[in-house]
Design a binder for this molecule. Structure first.
Ligand code: 3JN
Length: 339
C-alpha cells in the first residue's frame, strides 16, 4: 500500500494534537510526518508513534514534498499559508473557517458529500464542529423525507475554544471547590463554571452569532441544498469535551420516529442510543474520546403534525467535529484514488 508524506500545521494546539492521535490510531498510511507550528511552539518535541518529532516553524515552503497537510492553526494562518501549500501540489485539509464558504472550495463531511472531493481541488475545508455532527444525522433523513427546516440549539463544550477554554473551566471549578475566589473570565465572555453563555463567537447584524450563521450556511453547502432553512442558537456549557445539540426538523414527506430510527441505525458514522425506558440517551461524558456521533431522544415533534422529528445528537467536538473528520477526508482522498 502506498504511504504518504503528511504534515500537521498547528500541531501543538488542542485539535492538532488530536489530529496526530487520529493518524496514529486509525493507522493512516504515513511515510513521513512533519509537525509545523508558529514561532511560539516551534522547537517543542512531540511524539508520533512513540518517536520524538521536533516541531518546525511554519513557512510558505512548508508544503514542498508534502502530499497531505492537515491545518488547524486558525483562519488567519490558513489564509496566509494554505494557498502556498496547495500551489506546491499538496492537499490541504483546513479546519478553520477561512475557506469554508468559498464556492471553489469543497466543504466536506465524508458521510455526506464525499463526491465534492476532486483531484484538482487541493484546498479542502473541514466544517465547523457543530455543523459536522448535525449533518451526519440530517443526511439520511433528508434523502428520505426532504428536510425543509431545521431548528437547533447547541450545548457546546469549552474545548471548542481550545486548550485555554478547558484551562478556564478547570481553574474556575477548582477555585470554587477550594472556597477560593473564582478567577475572572478571560477566554469566555463571563464565568463559565456553573453557568451557560448564549454567545459563541461575535454577533452579526441579524442578531445571530457567527457560530450560528456558520451552522446555517455550512449545512446548505454540505447538503448541496440551499433550500434547507436553518436557525441555530449556540450556547457554551461547562462541559470539557463533546458538543450536544437538540435538533428539530420539518420535512416535506411525513417522517415517523420508527422510520427515523431505522434510517439512522443504518447511517454511517452514527450510533443510535435511544432507549428512554432504560435511561439510555447520549451524553457528553459518554461521547468523549469516541469516534461516533450518538443520536437519541428521537420523537415526533408534536408541533408539526407528522412532518416533524426532534432528536438529541452528541459527538466529541475535537474528534468528529475536527480531527477525525479531517483524517476521514484524507482517507477518502486515498480510497478514491485522488492523492
Ligand atoms: O467554540 C466552538 O465550540 C467551536 C469554535 C470554532 C472556532 C473557533 C474559533 C475560530 C472556529 C471554527 O472552527 O469555525 C474558528 C474559525 O475558524 O473561524
Amino acid at each position: 500500500m502506498k504511504k504518504y508524506k503528511v504534515a500537521v500545521v498547528g500541531a501543538t494546539g488542542a485539535v492538532g494534537l488530536e489530529m496526530i492521535k487520529m493518524l496514529e490510531s486509525r493507522k493512516f498510511p504515513v511515510e513521513s510526518i512533519k509537525l509545523l507550528a508558529s514561532e511560539r511552539s516551534a522547537g517543542k518535541t512531540l511524539k508520533y508513534n512513540g518517536k520524538d518529532v521536533k516541531v518546525e516553524l511554519l513557512t510558505k515552503d512548508g508544503g514542498k514534498g508534502v502530499e497531505i497537510a492537515l491545518f488547524s492553526a486558525g483562519a488567519t494562518v490558513s489564509k496566509e499559508f494554505a494557498p502556498f501549500f496547495a500551489a506546491d501540489g499538496c492537499f490541504v485539509i483546513d479546519n478553520s473557517s477561512a475557506w469554508r464558504m468559498d464556492k471553489e472550495i469543497p466543504l466536506v463531511v465524508p458521510e455526506v458529500n464525499p463526491h465534492d472531493l476532486k483531484k484538482d481541488k487541493k484546498l479542502i475545508a473541514n466544517p465547523n464542529c457543530s455543523t459536522i455532527q448535525m449533518v451526519v444525522a440530517l443526511k439520511p433523513l433528508h434523502d428520505y423525507a426532504k428536510i425543509k427546516r431545521v431548528i437547533v440549539s447547541t450545548y457546546q463544550s469549552v474545548s471548542g475554544a481550545g486548550q485555554k477554554g478547558m484551562n478556564e473551566l478547570d481553574a474556575q471549578t477548582k477555585a470554587w471547590a477550594k472556597g477560593e475566589t473564582i478567577p475572572a473570565a478571560n477566554k469566555f465572555q463571563y464565568q463559565i463554571a456553573f453557568n451557560l453563555i448564549p454567545q459563541i463567537d461575535v454577533f452579526t447584524e441579524n442578531g445571530y452569532t457567527k457560530e450560528e450563521m456558520k451552522m446555517t450556511n455550512e449545512t446548505k453547502k454540505i447538503m448541496g441544498d440551499s433550500s434547507i432553512e436553518v436557525s441555530a442558537t449556540c450556547v457554551r456549557v461547562p462541559v470539557f469535551r463533546s458538543h450536544s445539540e437538540n435538533v428539530w426538523i420539518e420535512t416535506e414527506k411525513p417522517l415517523s420516529p420508527e422510520k427515523t430510527k431505522e434510517l439512522l441505525s443504518k447511517a454511517p458514522g452514527i450510533q443510535l442510543m435511544d432507549d428512554p425506558e432504560n435511561k439510555k440517551y447520549p451524553m457528553p461524558l459518554y461521547a468523549e474520546n469516541m469516534q461516533t456521533t450518538y443520536v437519541g431522544r428521537i420523537r415526533q415533534d408534536i408541533s408539526t403534525k407528522g412532518n416533524g422529528i426532534t432528536f438529541w445528537v452528541v459527538s466529541d467536538n475535537l474528534l468528529k467535529g475536527a480531527a477525525l473528520n479531517a483524517v476521514e477526508i484524507a482517507e477518502t482522498l486515498v480510497k478514491n484514488g485522488l492523492v
